[in-house]
Design a protein around this ligand. Structure first.
Ligand code: PMP
Length: 402
């Protein structure tokens, strides 16, 4: 007898499972387009040079120690992260209506924000885009949301944002529902609403008294310009919306396993901040008590030192432009091969991912026959492409869809 008898084995988490299958694959030619992490032209992970230099400096700084950080995190980091997403001249910052809470990467920020909304504000209904990042529903369910719903996002036939259905679904959401919006580089589709569409989304959310929860895990990655990638969030702030924003520094700083994140909070009345922060302290206390310092120190130093920040800007531009080049290379090759179907969406989409439109059966074929690994919904991580394997992948897709 065990207390744990009868626990059913949960299905594997697809993205990690497919990544493992890739690693275990013994075929001489194989391509990994699964996990959402940046890869260089050589197919290697990349430690940003400015991150490495800053890390060395931190290691040599004998004034630092390993004492606990405050529950809400590293003060300088929280401020820098909030300014990065809202913009230094944000009305919310100027009017003292915003603050940051350091969290365990984007996932931790989503979790802390979700728990706060569910348990402190009694908001238990959430809407996520269909499709969305594989973890959104799980996070909100485990955080205490009792209704985890979808709003239409993708038009599968025309490979575009289905703005009409999206707006209609939001119109139908009950008051005070939490609406998760991807700030930029929508995962998995790689397609963001246009500025005009964002304006319409904002209007419905305002009119229907819904609550905005932005998730921005790729700021700077989409366009190479962090301000441009935060356009929608800043627009909502200008419109006087209250919101929380989960920020991840996994991708844009390459700090995946350091778990550096922030929950930026914008309220319409500074008087509520004391209550908010005190209750949020209890949420964090019961989860991780206080966050780790290493990654937060790096991000803080880089964002607040002009020369380092410039170096960081150059690195995110290098990453985002390599992604764009690989999108173009894949599209060119498919065009050259006269691959059946339309493929223009590959270069219209932005950020790390492309939602190829390949079916699950085609994905299975790509994996078993060509050893090109991707998610079953057809999402590929463009970073897994490089000048040496892009033709191979295009030919594999071509053979698969014919
Ligand atoms: N949101 C979205 C949409 C994501 O794609 C990711 C990363 N895959 C995250 C949040 C959070 O990632 P992390 O916890 O590693 O910061």
């Amino acid at each position: 007898m065990s207390f744990f008898d009868g626990i059913p084995v949960a299905p594997p988490i697809e993205v990690f499972h497919k990544n493992k299958l890739y690693l275990e694959e013994t075929a001489p030619v194989k391509v990994n387009l699964t996990i959402g992490a940046y890869r260089t032209e050589e197919g290697q992970p990349w430690v940003l040079p400015v991150v490495h230099e800053t890390e060395v400096e931190i290691a040599n700084d004998t004034s630092l120690n390993h004492e606990y950080l405050p529950v809400l995190g590293h003060e300088g980091f929280r401020k820098a992260a909030t300014e990065l997403v809202l913009g230094e001249d944000s009305p919310a910052i100027k009017e003292g209506r915003s603050f940051g809470v350091q969290c365990l990467s984007g996932t931790g920020a989503l979790r802390a924000g979700a728990e706060f909304l569910a348990h402190v504000c009694n908001m238990k209904t959430v809407y996520v885009s269909n499709p969305t990042w594989g973890n959104h529903k799980l996070v909100f369910k485990k955080a205490g949301f009792t209704a985890v719903n979808d709003y239409t996002f993708w038009d599968y036939d025309n490979k575009r944002v289905h703005i009409e259905k999206l707006l209609a679904d939001l119109e139908g959401a009950p008051e005070k529902s939490v609406i998760i919006l991807h700030g930029c580089a929508h995962n998995p589709t790689g397609m963001d609403p246009t500025q005009d569409q964002w304006k319409q989304i904002c209007e419905v959310i305002k009119k229907k008294n819904l609550f905005t929860f932005f998730d921005i895990a790729y700021q700077g990655f989409a366009s190479g310009d962090p301000a441009a990638d935060a356009w929608a969030i800043r627009y909502f702030v200008e419109q006087g919306m209250e919101m929380v924003v989960s920020q991840s520094f996994a991708k844009n700083f390459g700090l995946y396993n350091e778990r550096v994140g922030n929950l930026t909070v914008v309220v319409n009345n500074p008087a509520v901040i004391a209550g908010f922060q005190s209750q949020m302290s209890l949420v964090i206390r019961a989860n991780w008590s206080n966050p780790p310092a290493h990654g937060a120190r790096i991000v803080h130093k880089v964002l607040t030192t002009p020369a380092r920040r410039e170096q960081w800007n150059q690195s995110i531009q290098a990453m985002s432009s390599r992604i764009k080049q690989m999108r173009a290379a894949l599209l060119n090759k498919l065009t050259e091969l006269q691959t059946p179907g339309t493929w223009g969406h590959i270069t219209q989409q932005i950020g790390m991912f492309s939602y190829t439109g390949l079916t699950t059966a085609q994905v299975d074929h790509l994996i078993s026959t060509h050893k090109v690994f991707l998610l079953s919904d057809g999402r590929i991580n463009i970073c897994g492409l490089n000048t040496k394997n892009v033709d191979y992948v295009a030919k594999a897709i071509d053979e698969t869809v014919r």
